[in-house]
Design a protein around this ligand. Structure first.
Ligand code: TRP
Length: 473
């Protein structure tokens, strides 16, 4: 790839970056409670099957499209067929919608990390009981930490593909794994932790029998977001991959690693809640409220502060390696455009431009105080109040509204269209050829052919339906 877009320095570096993208808030926060709430081991079984069949296939499709065209989301579709570049634009739009709210959450994680650090050094890192409620209505705080988190993203993405994203991920991901092991072992030693594993792993096949569709849609939506699929993130990362690297094996390694981390996160979070008698709960409350209580009041003292710091620091790493991939999708779009026009990539400038736009787009998700609204001390009202809409998940706060547009609609649609295009328009031969470019035979052609043509589109249609109804219901 003789151009100045950038390239991964090694396959290991690529894997760290891609796993870094996949491993994020979705794993540490979404996976444990969804697993527990929808049948434990039964959910896990469905999740594993979906990840193995749908996740691996979509991963392969995105990586192959990216590497074949050597372009980010928009450029890739445009170079396959001009008339499909809108599929790429859907991806970039999702990128803008997600990177903002993801960074608002990232800023909160940063705040919690610092809080425990300040406690450790004898200060008062949090102050009041019920810190969560007061923090989300603290507008200068929310916006300030949102801005700092976005700045961290800017610095890394400005550094480029191998000099920024890869370099950071190669250090951050092994750290994340190490810290996670420490937290898991520590939590396992707490009396009462056992219930948490039960909640997570003991299969409740009754749920599977009585509520199969619910389990299926929850698992499918989770799988999809957790693997960073459907918005051209893996297209963009694939476009920086050398031709000699094996696409098929990478498409398996990434989902396997992501799933392992999700399980590990479950083994840290759920037993901790169990040990200290906290609700397994759901939503932002679990990650912020409950876990903070675990460390501050459950464990308490210096050890609580140390473990709290380690835990939030690991979530912070996970969030950063994910949000840089979102920002990169937006940046690659501009950089590709410039290169096509024969200009210098000007990565630093393009990163700043995209991050500023993303920051502004994401501002409402910080300013409504996660639905606290003006009445509760925030500076902006949620979509329901602003536009006089009925209150439902998608309108209760701006974060969920954006999430609905991206994760609920644009991304499942994007993945569905991608696999239909591969299966029926561009042809699955294209994927086989791209895989064989590394010099290895593509053995599972028949299998992936069926997946792209039939299985993935059907499952994605289910995800789309399920997402829309869950946000609007
Ligand atoms: N996968 C990440 C998580 O689990 C989030 C994420 C990063 C993402 N990049 C993405 C989701 C691209 C969808 C598409 O938290």
């Amino acid at each position: 790839m003789e151009n100045n877009r950038g390239q991964w320095g090694s396959n290991f570096g690529f894997i760290m970056a891609a796993v870094g993208s996949a491993v994020g808030l979705g794993n540490i926060w979404g996976f444990p409670y969804k697993c527990g709430a929808t049948g434990g081991g039964a959910f896990l079984l469905v999740y594993l099957i979906l990840a193995a069949v749908v996740g691996v296939t979509v991963m392969l499709g995105e990586l192959a499209i990216g590497r074949k065209t050597g372009r980010g989301a928009v450029g890739a579709y445009a170079s396959l067929a001009k008339k499909y570049s809108w599929v790429g634009y859907m991806g970039v739009a999702s990128g803008f919608l997600i990177v903002g709210f993801y960074s608002v959450l990232g800023g909160m994680v940063l705040r919690y990390t610092l809080g425990f650090l300040i406690n450790l050094f004898g200060g008062t890192g949090f102050g009041v009981d019920g810190f969560f409620g007061s923090w989300i209505a603290n507008m200068p705080g929310m916006v300030g930490f949102y801005a700092i988190f976005m700045l961290i993203n800017i610095v890394i993405v400005m550094g480029g593909v191998s000099g920024g994203i890869e370099k950071f991920s190669k250090i951050a991901m092994p750290c994340l794994a190490a810290i996670m092991v420490i937290v898991i072992v520590f939590v396992a030693c707490q009396p009462g932790a056992g219930e948490g594993y039960k909640f997570l792993f003991v299969p409740d096949f009754g749920v599977l029998a009585s509520d199969f569709f619910n389990v299926l849609k929850t698992a499918a939506g989770q799988m999809f977001f957790s693997l960073s699929l459907g918005m051209g993130c893996m297209i963009t990362y694939g476009s920086y991959l050398a031709k000699k690297e094996d696409l098929a094996s990478n498409s398996i390694i990434i989902p396997v690693a992501d799933t392992i981390v999700a399980l590990m996160a479950g083994m840290a979070v759920m037993p901790a809640c169990a040990a200290y008698g906290l609700e397994y709960g759901a939503g932002p409350g679990l990650l912020f409220n409950s876990m903070q209580t675990v460390f501050l009041q459950g464990m308490g003292g210096t050890i609580g502060n140390i473990m709290g710091f380690l835990f939030y620091f690991l979530v912070l790493i996970a969030a950063i390696t994910s949000s840089i991939s979102l920002l990169e999708v937006c940046c690659a779009f501009l950089i590709d455009k410039r290169i096509d026009k024969g200009q210098e990539p000007a990565r630093k400038k393009m990163t700043i431009i995209m991050a500023v736009i993303a920051f502004i787009v994401g501002l409402p998700t910080a300013l409504d105080g996660l639905g606290t609204n003006v009445a509760g001390g925030a500076w902006m009202n949620n979509p329901a109040v602003m536009f006089n809409l009925p209150v439902m998940a998608a309108t209760a706060d701006w974060l969920d509204f954006y999430d609905f547009l991206a994760e609920g609609v644009l991304m499942p649609l994007g993945a569905m269209i991608m696999s239909i295009l591969i299966g029926w328009v561009f042809g699955t031969k294209m994927i086989a050829e791209e895989c064989e470019a590394s010099g290895k035979p593509f053995k599972a052609y028949k299998y992936f052919d069926v997946c792209f043509k039939y299985i993935v589109p059907v499952i994605m249609a289910i995800v789309l339906y399920a997402q829309v109804t869950s946000f609007i219901g």
